[in-house]
Structures are given as structure tokens and as C-alpha cells.
Ligand binder design. Structure first.
Ligand SMILES: Nc1ncnc2c1ncn2[C@@H]1O[C@H](COP(=O)(O)OP(=O)(O)O)[C@@H](O)[C@H]1O
Ligand SMILES: N[C@@H](CCOP(=O)(O)O)C(=O)O
Length: 313
């Protein structure tokens, strides 16, 4: 049996709409991501389990993991024997934690390992992006590549290899809070303007290029000081009840940057020390999340998608 884990991710990372994303891992060691198990079987079998399985469509044909399996068998590895594929759905759907990307990445990576197809990273990433695009209302790589490769990734179609890793300091603690209600990514993309005017386009390019350059020069404090989303957040904030108040409060508590994770409604507060992260998490537990919500103090997950040997889920 092959068992593959893929981590949650923060799309956009405030300054890189559709172009920057970070994989995350809770510091308490818990797994925040989907798991896919593939084993040989006499007939094709698909099982969806885990805490959020009931939030997915009942028909296998509408589940991204099953769609990936069908495509993989037909177009990538026609000689692969029948398999039993189980998706353990640990991430809430429509959360802004890269949930659909997580299922797609875990499934394709697991099938590639099981079938021994050994596709290149770039070919796998393209395949993964094709499936993520089916549900998210646009083709973007900012969940796919961090989830697959790990860490902080600057990522786009035009980038050689599709992604460039940006090293981050060890003292970065992103605190993520899923408030407990969902927001569909396609819906949150539909509220964005169709065009950016010259001023905003130039400012976006300046901010993202300055952020990346500062990070490469290990000037992370200055990078944090310009970590503001002027592209998507102004249009999406009103879709997320409590976001603006939380942003103000968390910045006062010491977070260095606060923005929407992906299309929301998860919020992330990036802290540069554990004490601030703990204060932010407490505030979020008290004021931002409902009974269905959760929060985690994380670090960046530089391992990305990986095979797990211990039986889980
Ligand atoms: N395995 C899967 N994981 C997540 N979403 C899936 C999966 N299979 C199908 N879907 C559908 O894809 C859509 C994903 O919603 P979206 O808002 O893009 O989620 P997220 O932002 O959390 O990735 C939902 O309509 C969901 O029912
Ligand atoms: N760049 C995308 C990211 C969507 O992330 P998700 O976790 O909400 O799927 C966007 O902002 O639309």
C-alpha cells in the first residue's frame, strides 16, 4: 500500500495573488492536510473517509480524487492494474486552505508512486493544475506547488519549472484560523475586478518583486513590512464576517502581517515569534472561530507532499 500525505497551503500569501503560496504544518505535530491510500485490488474501488468526507459530493464522479484516478488510468498509466483508492478528507472544503489542491496533489502523487510512472515534477504539477482548475474558477498554481514541493513558492505558468522556492526564516509562525463557515473559491474569484488599472498593476509588480528580492537578501523584516494584499483582499474582505476587525486586532497584538488565506474565509496572521503567535491564536479562538472552526499555530512545511510509512487515518 502507498500512503501519501499532502499539506494545507496559504494561497496568495498577501502579496502574490495567484503567484505565491506557502505549505504549512501545525507546530503541535498534527497533520493538517489530506491523505491518499492506494493499494492493489481486483476491481477499481474508491472510498472517501475522514472528518470532511460528508462535505463532498456523494457521487464519486464529482470527487476530484476519483476524477484524477480515472484520468490517470486512461491517459497516464493505461497498464496500471485496478486499485482501491481511499481519500481521507481532513481539510474543510471551501476553507481557503487549498483543500481541493490538497486532494488532487495527494492523489496524483500517490498514483505516480504506485504505478511507477516517474513523471517529472513539472509534468505532475501541470496535471495537478488541470484538475484544480476544474473547480476553482481559474488556473492558478499557488496552492498546487507549495502543497507538492513544500515551503514558500513563487509560481506561475511562465516560471521555468513552474515554481521557484523562496527560503524563509525559522522564526516565522503563520497562525491560521478557519472560522467554521465556508466560502467557495469560484464565488470569491467572481467578486474580483476583471482588470487592474495601470497604477494597481505597477504597484502589484513592485510589491511582489520587492518582497521576493528582500527575502532573497534575507531582509525578512522589511519583506514583512510590505506584506499587504491590495489586489484581492479589498474585494473579498466584506465576504468574510469579522475579517477586518480581526486584522486590526491581530496587528495590534504583534502579528507582522494579516491577510486572507487563499480565497478565504481562513485568515492567517504571520508572526515572527512564538509569544505573539500564541496571543494571536487566543484572540482568534475567542473572537473569530465558531464551533465548526479551528486554529493552528504553524510553521512552513518544507517537506511538502510525502509518503507516510505509519498507517494513519
Ligand atoms: N476531493 C475534493 N476536495 C475538495 N473539494 C472537492 C473535492 N472533490 C470535489 N470537490 C469540489 O470542489 C469544490 C472545491 O471548493 P473550493 O471552494 O475550491 O475549495 P478550496 O478553496 O477549499 O479548495 C467544491 O465544490 C467541492 O465539492
Ligand atoms: N489564488 C487563489 C487561491 C485560492 O485558494 P483556496 O485555498 O481558497 O482554494 C485565489 O485567491 O483565488
Amino acid at each position: 500500500m502507498i500512503q501519501v500525505y499532502a499539506p494545507a497551503s496559504i494561497g496568495n500569501f498577501a502579496v502574490g495573488f495567484d503567484a505565491l503560496g506557502a505549505a504549512i504544518a501545525p507546530i503541535d505535530g498534527s497533520l493538517l492536510g489530506d491523505l491518499v491510500k492506494v493499494s492493489a485490488s481486483t476491481t477499481t474501488e474508491f472510498v472517501c473517509s475522514g472528518p470532511y468526507a460528508h462535505k463532498l459530493p456523494a457521487q464519486a464522479e464529482q470527487n476530484l480524487a476519483y476524477m484524477c484516478l480515472q484520468h490517470f488510468k486512461q491517459a497516464v498509466a493505461p497498464d496500471m492494474p485496478a486499485v482501491r483508492l481511499e481519500l481521507v478528507k481532513n481539510l474543510p472544503v471551501g476553507s481557503g486552505l487549498g483543500s481541493s489542491a490538497c486532494s488532487v496533489v495527494a492523489t496524483i502523487a500517490a498514483l505516480d508512486k504506485f504505478a511507477g510512472t516517474e513523471l517529472s515534477d513539472e509534468a505532475l504539477i501541470e496535471l495537478m493544475a488541470d484538475f484544480e482548475a476544474k473547480v476553482s474558477g481559474g488556473r492558478h498554481y499557488d496552492n498546487i506547488t507549495p502543497c507538492y514541493l513544500g515551503g514558500l513558492q513563487l509560481t506561475a505558468e511562465l516560471i521555468p519549472g513552474k515554481s521557484l522556492a523562496i527560503a524563509t526564516p525559522d522564526n516565522w509562525y503563520p497562525v491560521v484560523a478557519f472560522p467554521g463557515f465556508t466560502l467557495n473559491t469560484a464565488k470569491a474569484r467572481a467578486v474580483l475586478p476583471k482588470q487592474l488599472d495601470m497604477h494597481h498593476s505597477v504597484e502589484f509588480a513592485q510589491r511582489l518583486s520587492a518582497f521576493c528580492t528582500l527575502m532573497l537578501q534575507q531582509r525578512s523584516e522589511e519583506a514583512l513590512s510590505i506584506m499587504i494584499d491590495t489586489v484581492a483582499e479589498p474585494h473579498r474582505a466584506q465576504l468574510i464576517e469579522g475579517f477586518s476587525a480581526a486584522q486590526q486586532a491581530l496587528l495590534q497584538l504583534g502579528a507582522k502581517a494579516v491577510s486572507i488565506s487563499g480565497a478565504g474565509p481562513t485568515l492567517f496572521a504571520l508572526c515572527d515569534n512564538l509569544a505573539s503567535a500564541e496571543l494571536c491564536q487566543q484572540w482568534l479562538s475567542d473572537h473569530y472561530i465558531n464551533e465548526q472552526g479551528f486554529s493552528h499555530i504553524c510553521q512552513l512545511d518544507w517537506a511538502g507532499t510525502r509518503e507516510l510509512n505509519e498507517e494513519l487515518g
